[in-house]
Design a protein around this ligand. Sequence first.
Ligand code: HEC
Ligand code: HEC
Length: 203
Amino acid sequence: MRYRFFYSIIISYLLFFGSNAHSADLENGKELFKFCTLCHGKVGQGVIGGDFPKIGGLPEYYIADQIERFVKEKRFNPAMVTIGRLETMTKKEKEDLAAYIASIDIQEAAPTLTIPTFIGDAKKGKKLYKGDCKTCHGNKAQGKAKKNAPPTAWQYSEYLLRQIDFFKNKDRHHDNDPEDETFDDYTKEEIIDILTFISTLDD
Ligand code: HEC
Ligand code: HEC
């Protein structure tokens, strides 16, 4: 009987620590998030006008991946890496942070957040979006994990436009592909139309 008692203690010990070994520490992530709020806002809501994107509620894989890109200067923003203390964070801390940011329910945390409708023609943009973006970013621009494609709905249009300029100039690689040509044949007006359609997808 005694043995059984000790045996069960050891089993529960293993189960407890075993299950925790791979799961992120959200409380720790929340602490670390304080280094991000200066620019991204208290709940990661970003800033209207898109200088600072909304990051609260983005998918965990995408946040983790982009953090690495900023640290490795594949996306260039030294102020964020330094002030956000990303350059000195351990792998585990970055995992906790990404998990915490992903866990934010942005509509609940920032009920007054709105994404202003952009300045182009949503109807024309819808046609282009359905033809060329939907397969990866999803019908409602909600993102598709299996394509590694983030949601673009509920994001400031000016921020997205800036990214597309980066993609066009090869300052950032779209779809992780240096040869990507997704945006080469679009006029600026057409891209604005696509982003206008995306900005209406706010449910
Ligand atoms: C000094 C201001 C600043 C701080 C502090 C900061 N960021 Fe940023 N962050 C930015 C800016 C500006 C961008 C947009 C860069 C661009 O346009 O390419 C950005 C972009 C991002 C993106 C990309 C979003 C997307 O949709 O691709 C992520 C993820 C991110 N930040 C995470 C963080 C995290 C996590 C922290 C805290 C550890 C943090 N940032 C701290 C300024 C900041
Ligand atoms: C073949 C798949 C694929 C297609 C098609 C595609 N994308 Fe993407 N897109 C991605 C992936 C993957 C990423 C994220 C990785 C990266 O590029 O940084 C991304 C990232 C983006 C971003 C940056 C989002 C952010 O938060 O910084 C924008 C903007 C974007 N795509 C717009 C578009 C538009 C507009 C179209 C249609 C004209 C399009 N994409 C078509 C795969 C795709």
